[in-house]
Design a binder for this molecule. Structure first.
Ligand SMILES: Cc1cc2nc3c(=O)[nH]c(=O)nc-3n(C[C@H](O)[C@H](O)[C@H](O)COP(=O)(O)OP(=O)(O)OC[C@H]3O[C@@H](n4cnc5c(N)ncnc54)[C@H](O)[C@@H]3O)c2cc1C
Length: 407
């Protein structure tokens, strides 16, 4: 097992159930990503009642709240203890090679030979940043969410945040509140209200079965796997953090950052279309929820159907920004994350750096993956999605071992 996040620990739980001898190799500590790669104010965007992994669920006093990073780390540490996972910390995997009867794994703590490998090293190992970042004026500080901790780190003055998914909208709000004028570059995004008809929007995703859609029920799987994270934030007040909320705070919206010319950032026009598409998709999803509530007899338990004002299009939108003018002192790249398989010496990674797999079964016998977006169902990447995925992937792994053992 590579990785002691919740995915690796869940796989370990099911391997333990079947008495399959294994080790969980972790380059840092248990829950390393949550300890080292997130900013200070971040809370989960999934409510506490959705914090559930095999054999452990949130049982604290605030089921509708959202865990802080310290609390998530504690939760995953507890999971490791409760499940008795055989974790080896400080073991960085630097190579995985195929052998006649399995794999040869090289780590910073030694070599291991094994019949199977489960890759649970995470989907968000590196920030994905456009190449043109290299051609920007040196006077502008550049950060990614991995390096960002709190607003005090940034120089005073304007900030350009690139990307309006969960990370981008959360950092835009935090930096604008810190007194820095924020410009937010917006491309394709997923708009969601925090609550709908009085319930958390993720309650609707969960209860209506939308999150349980399996691979074979999803029309365009490649697209589903690349979908940006929804514009959601976990706050005690359960506030909605969409583009209208940011505009009301004074954040300036511009189009997708398309290119750099002569030290100027060039933004796409057509914000109106981008907004309409996100609004339309949100409406369709709310229609699905309404239909589910009506046909499954839940109308009486929840509030009346709601519809939200369309995303307001700015009266005039800036199409370029002179990065040398001093107006922008820092750029935060909230342009997504990608996995890192530099250590994987098996030809199973595609040209875009993604693992080729079918429901976590990688195209090399005995090699498996967990914790990737829409691995087996829509909820796969979230903590509440790991139990079913891990059980099914470990079932496959056990069958693989059983077949190999037969004479
Ligand atoms: C900003 C952000 C917010 C998120 N918010 C939520 C949320 O609200 N709710 C939710 O359910 N999910 C959320 N997620 C998604 C998801 O839960 C996380 O990505 C989660 O960390 C995935 O779990 P994992 O176990 O697959 O990977 P990780 O938690 O990333 O664990 C992978 C582990 O593998 C280790 N590792 C990596 N490479 C190696 C190597 N070569 N050798 C040894 N060890 C290695 C890492 O150190 C790490 O500990 C969020 C993700 C991000 C990035």
């Amino acid at each position: 097992m590579i990785g002691a996040g919740h995915a690796g620990l869940a796989a370990s739980h099911f391997l333990g159930d079947r008495s399959i001898d294994h080790v969980v190799l972790e380059r840092g500590e248990v829950a390393n990503s949550w300890r080292r790669e997130r900013w200070d104010s971040l809370r989960l965007l999934t409510p506490n009642w959705q914090c559930r992994v095999p054999g452990l669920r949130y049982e604290g006093p605030d089921p509708d709240g959202y865990l802080t990073m310290g609390e998530v780390t504690e939760f995953i540490e507890r999971f490791a203890k409760v499940s008795g996972a055989p974790v080896q910390t400080g073991a960085n995997v630097t190579s995985v090679r195929r052998t006649d009867d399995g794999y040869h794994v090289t780590t910073s703590r030694g070599e291991i030979r094994c019949r199977t490998v489960v890759i649970a090293s995470g989907a968000c190992n590196k920030p994905a940043v456009p190449r043109f970042r290299d051609g920007l004026p040196e006077s502008v500080e550049q950060l990614t969410p991995f390096g960002y901790r709190d607003p005090a780190q940034l120089p005073d003055g304007g900030v350009l945040i690139v990307g309006a998914s969960a990370t981008g909208v959360q950092l835009a709000a935090e930096l604008q509140r810190s007194g820095r004028p924020v410009t937010l570059s917006v491309g394709e995004h997923v708009r969601l209200p925090r609550t709908y008809r009085g319930r958390d929007v993720l309650w609707w995703m969960d209860s209506s079965g939308v999150w349980d859609q399996r691979l074979d029920e999803i029309d365009d799987l490649t697209r589903a796997r690349r979908l940006p994270s929804p514009q959601l934030v976990g706050t005690p007040e359960r506030t909605t953090l969409d583009l209208n909320a940011l505009t009301a705070m004074g954040v300036e919206l511009v189009g997708r950052w398309a290119a750099v010319r002569d030290g100027r950032a060039l933004f796409s026009g057509g914000l109106r279309n981008v907004f309409s598409l996100a609004d339309l998709k949100m409406e369709r999803l709310l229609d699905t929820f309404d239909e589910w509530a009506r046909t499954h007899g839940h109308d009486a338990e929840v509030g009346p159907p709601e519809r939200f004002p369309p995303t307001r299009v700015p009266v005039s939108t800036r199409l370029q920004l002179d990065l040398g003018s001093g107006d922008i002192r820092a750029i935060v790249w909230a342009t997504g994350f990608r996995p890192d398989y530099a250590w994987l010496d098996v030809p199973v990674v595609d040209a875009k750096g993604h693992l080729r797999h079918e429901g976590g079964v990688v195209g090399s016998p005995g090699l498996y993956a967990l914790g990737l977006p829409v691995l087996r169902r829509r909820r796969s990447t979230f903590m509440c999605g790991i139990e079913d995925d891990a059980r099914e992937v470990i079932d496959h792994l056990a069958r693989h071992l059983a077949v190999r053992r037969r004479p």
